[in-house]
Design a binder for this molecule. Sequence first.
Ligand SMILES: [Zn+2]
Length: 315
Amino acid sequence: MYSIGIDIGGSKIAAGVVSEEQKLVSKKSLPFPHTGNPLDSIRTIQTLIDGLLSENRLKLEDAACIGLAVPGSIDYDRGVVINAYNLDYHDFPLCKLVGEHFPGVTVYVENDANAAALAEYYCGAFRGYSSGLLITIGTGIGGGLVMDGKLFIGGKKNGFEFGHAVLVFGGEPCTCGQRGCIESYCSAAALVREGRKAASAHHESAMYKRAQGELTRINAKLVMDCAREGDEVASAIYKQYTDYLGATACTAIALFDPEIIAFGGGVSNDGEFLLSPIREYARQYAFFKNHAKFVTAEMKNDAGIVGAAMLHLQR
Ligand SMILES: [Zn+2]
């Protein structure tokens, strides 16, 4: 038996075959077709799966499942994507549509941040633990929680939207319409926003000079590079940013008490530069002194594919 995982993102659809030994053995991708007709993406998924089956000489009847990961909210009982704004999926019967092309195979759909947490649980940073929280730092904040070996999708199965818990009451506006969410302080976009704000007020800073006075050139990497090199303005911004992440981690510790917390996304590539200030914050403020261990995520770009392929072990 093998399983197929599909990670559907706004820029591309990535598909892979995961073996019984839980190894990603083959993968391929195609651009997401932004044609205005979401049914075109079903054709792309079909093309990818057909390609994987023939290249790897696999028979459809040996597939344990086809798992789909999407950046959106899911109706688990119906296999429907309620909303995935980047994909233009609204009340979209994804499982049924994909299943029509692959009769006899069970099709599952999951939120991509949740799928990524499952990938860490079966194949990555959470191996050997029964509970773990993955915080994926990107344009937004993705959260995925595994408790007692099970993905946590909420008591009413609405999902796990950790990024939209409020961190600063009445704070910065969030993409969800609320203010002060974890996402509006801990995302890479938040680090960029604060970096640009500080650089525009401090033309003497290394950050401003590196950007040659063009604030749009300031990205998360530039803020972090300047902070690492000791620029005072960038260091202050980065300290504040890691404090927000530390407070977020402490909230998670108080609520869920996971054994391990992994940070993913580009900002985490640097490892200790991100983890050590968060550890220091938690050492001072975490409610439980024997709290979770902090690590970086291991599955990187394959997290969505691998996690989606593992969904048959959860349902
Ligand atoms: Zn929000």
